[in-house]
Write a protein that binds this ligand. Sequence first.
Ligand code: NAD
Length: 486
Amino acid sequence: MPKIEQTFTKARAAFTHGKKKSISERVAYMSALRKVIVKNLDTIVTCISKSTGKVGMEAINSDILPTLEVIKYYEKYASHILKPKKKKTSFLFYNHDAYVEYKPLGVVLIIAPWNCPLQLALVPLVSALLAGNAVILKPSEITPQVGDVIGALCHEAGLPDDLVQVVLGGKDVGEALIQARPDKIFFTGSLGAGKNIMSAAAQNITPVVLELGGKAPMIVFEDADIDRAVEAAVYGAFAHAGQLCVAIERLYVQESIFDRFTSRVTKRVNTLNVGTEYDCDFGPMITHVQWDRIEEQLQDAVAKGATLITDITKHGLLLYPVVLTNVNHDMKIMKEETFGPLLPIMPFKTEEAAVALANDSPYGLNASVWSRDIKKAKRVVSQLETGNAYINDVIKNIGNPDLPFGGVKQSGFGKYHGAEGLRTFSIETAVMVNKNKMKREINWFPYTAELLKTVRGLINVLYADIPLREKIIIFLRMRSFIKTLQ
Ligand code: NAD
């Protein structure tokens, strides 16, 4: 077990020292980090591919590009986002100023998963640092090499010592880090681990952000661009062998195009290049545990009447894409996160039915809606219980750094990316400045009959629909009372 106490002592010292750095100095570190990432691109891609089984292009798509986008975005906007924000005041707070200021929390613990080991560690890490915090990162025990690479990148970028510390280990190390009382925990991972982390954090009222699993629905209406939708469904379901939290795990297709669409998807799926070579579309599943879960879902689905449209072909951990129809919501495959290369397709009749099916899930992370009628697609999105949605595309909406990202329902809570991404790692202090020079405020002691009359009058002026003449009379009476306070 790494020396947790020592790690926290170093982090707290680095935080205190780092607090003296201006936002432009922090931004300069991030610019350096961005350049170091680009300089070491090939090494990073190779490391991600080797440790996750992800093909090189996928490492670029789901790890490198989103990370660079976020850094570049914050280089431009962080100082504006973290500037104190002026707030409105009402008549009750006459002659006041109000604002919110953003201050660092202290030591942030980031617990990351294996599937996008660079992006899901570096994006919260960069956000927490820009907000002025020190970071302890615990990467997944499955991808410690990527954790080491992150440590090395931060070092090469010239980040101050101990401002970022990478602690390797599994669940037990994660638990010990939580017990050491970080000022915030940013967790990305499975629902089960999220529940344990939330419960452990509750012991010290440590705030948590939970970015958990998903079961993204894709809804295809008959008026969609079918060619694009077929390509998108196949990409959305099978990129990184379906091991993305925002992978398409449920495909709902309008009845009138269902047969045509399903046969087009199947045809396309059969042309996918599965393997570990650089030009393959996707590679192996990460562990046998993953396969066990997939096998269980497949057996359950088939036992309950699902039809396998493709054969189940598996070489070691390389599972070829599996497409199923005749599925329903009694099956695990439509309810539980799969995190593997399966695509169940189900027909729907009406817009209402599509919305009901999509919402019939414990998860709410991402969704995709397809129609040439954008008004209709937006109307559908408005009814979906989801933290994120994409019209006429899949997955890469999460890469827009200006949009807050996070799930609802059992996909977790809390947001990052965009302004929210820096504020989630900040103490938001709401401040009022009273510029009055009166000896007493109207609401202070003593509570007299005259004060009660004045406040009742004020309530009528401010919140009741009384004639203007009456309002003026009350107002004048109030003014003479306030004069007695000068
Ligand atoms: P996981 O939950 O098994 O592990 C994630 C991390 O949590 C690891 O570092 C692990 O060591 C640590 N951990 C596990 N239990 C812990 C505990 N009790 N205390 C402290 N740390 C603990 O997840 P995984 O298999 O690495 O990742 C896959 C899961 O992550 C999927 O469910 C996927 O949907 C989800 N995910 C979510 C998002 C998102 O943004 N919402 C993104 C990627 C992955």
